[in-house]
Design a protein around this ligand. Structure first.
Ligand SMILES: NC(=O)c1ccc[n+]([C@@H]2O[C@H](COP(=O)([O-])OP(=O)(O)OC[C@H]3O[C@@H](n4cnc5c(N)ncnc54)[C@H](OP(=O)(O)O)[C@@H]3O)[C@@H](O)[C@H]2O)c1
Length: 347
């Protein structure tokens, strides 16, 4: 039995997810219903006739849906929808970094209480499967540092300034013309987008809930082509770097920041070109591990979302198998952030 999917939000990522599910490439997830705003986009021709089209969120709480996929963005009503979905017995998949950064622990707890899944691979670094890699692949280590290029827009701007000596303004205009930057680029340039992702990585990698607003950010808008040329002359370049590390000896304390930083040209962070993202994690035992790839865009993020759906399908399959029934608890997602009230995040 495939997981039956109800999707809300039919923009860049929502459409790409619907296309991927409609392609029938994987039988483990089936798109049942798409929910848009009443005055939202028209139903596209390519959507199979078997998929319902609705303008009511409540339609996703019907018994024929197993997983609600939220691809609208923002905190509300996404948070309320997630609550209602869990309480109606659904799992939730999202790519919404603001929601997960601010309310991840609350939603993880509610999902666990309801014995449902909450997955958000697409919320950090788009198509780079860093959440699952950290949660599962590096579970045997104790991570001490996470450093990354988490905003593709800033990386595009800085690499264009570097390669063609463009001014910040011209590089930004080019990024906007190509659709890599929003018409209001504040969240990217000032670091607000990256710090939400960094906060999520702190929760997943360190098990510590860091509020995004506790992470200090510096703007990349002050970087000049001369700064980049000077850095290059010294074997370095400038990137918007997000970094977080444990404060040893003080449990639940993290030192974190986002802003322009000089990085060596031969290091992993300098190798991110254009809109790419790179995440470097340092473990106490295993040392450095690097993840890189497309940090945004409809298709890469859709792959992350559909992979979450397949993980839920696989998990359900295992749970429904009688031989695995004693492992129910152990199989739920293992994000273990402390509550925001109880933790001492420090930036
Ligand atoms: N784009 C990326 O590369 C990317 C990468 C990683 C993660 N994400 C995350 O993925 C999520 C979606 O991003 P996106 O780029 O796809 O955004 P988007 O293109 O703006 O799409 C959002 C869609 O949600 C619809 N919507 C808004 N309010 C709604 C409501 N009340 N009911 C139903 N639909 C509603 C919007 O409709 P209207 O057009 O009518 O407003 C729009 O079609 C966000 O959380 C974003 O942070 C995006």
């Amino acid at each position: 039995m495939p997981v039956r999917v109800g999707l809300i939000g039919f923009g860049t990522v929502g459409r790409a997810v619907a296309r991927l599910l409609a392609s029938g490439r994987d039988a483990r997830a089936r798109l049942v219903r798409v929910c848009t705003r009443r005055d939202g986009p028209a139903r596209p021709d390519w959507l199979p006739a078997t998929v319902d089209w609705s303008d009511r969120f409540e339609s996703l709480l019907q018994p024929d849906i197993d997983v609600v996929v939220e691809l609208v963005g923002g905190i509300e009503p996404a948070r309320e929808w997630s609550h209602r979905a869990f309480l109606a017995g659904k799992s939730v998949v999202t790519a919404n970094k603001q929601l997960v950064a601010e309310f991840g622990p609350e939603l993880v707890s509610l999902a666990a209480r309801q014995r449902r899944s909450f997955r958000f691979e697409g919320a950090v670094a788009g198509g780079v499967p860093v959440i699952r890699a950290v949660q599962d692949g590096l579970a045997g280590d104790r991570l001490v540092r996470i450093t990354g290029i988490l905003n593709g827009t800033c990386n595009y701007i800085l690499t264009r300034m570097e390669s063609d000596r463009l001014s910040f303004h011209d590089a930004l205009e080019e990024a906007q013309a190509l659709g890599y930057a929003e018409s209001d680029p504040t969240a990217d340039i000032e670091g607000l987008d990256a710090r939400a992702k960094l906060a999520i990585l702190c929760g997943v990698g360190f098990g510590i809930h860091v509020r995004p607003s506790d992470i200090p950010c510096a703007s990349v808008a002050g970087v000049t082509a001369d700064d980049l040329a000077h850095a290059r002359a010294n074997g370095c370049t400038i990137r918007q770097v997000s970094s977080a590390e444990r404060v040893e000896g003080t449990p639940h304390m993290v030192k974190a920041s986002v802003g322009p930083a000089v990085v060596p040209l031969d290091g992993p962070l300098a190798r991110a070109h254009g809109c790419q993202n790179v995440i470097v994690v340092d473990g106490e035992v295993g040392g450095e591990t690097v993840f890189a790839g497309q940090g945004a865009g409809g298709n890469p993020t859709a792959v992350a979302v559909v992979s979450d759906l397949i993980a839920i399908a696989e998990q359900r399959h295992r749970l429904l198998s009688p031989s695995c029934s004693s492992n129910v608890e152990a199989n739920w997602p293992s994000l273990q952030p402390s509550s925001s009230k109880g933790s001492d995040s420090h930036a």
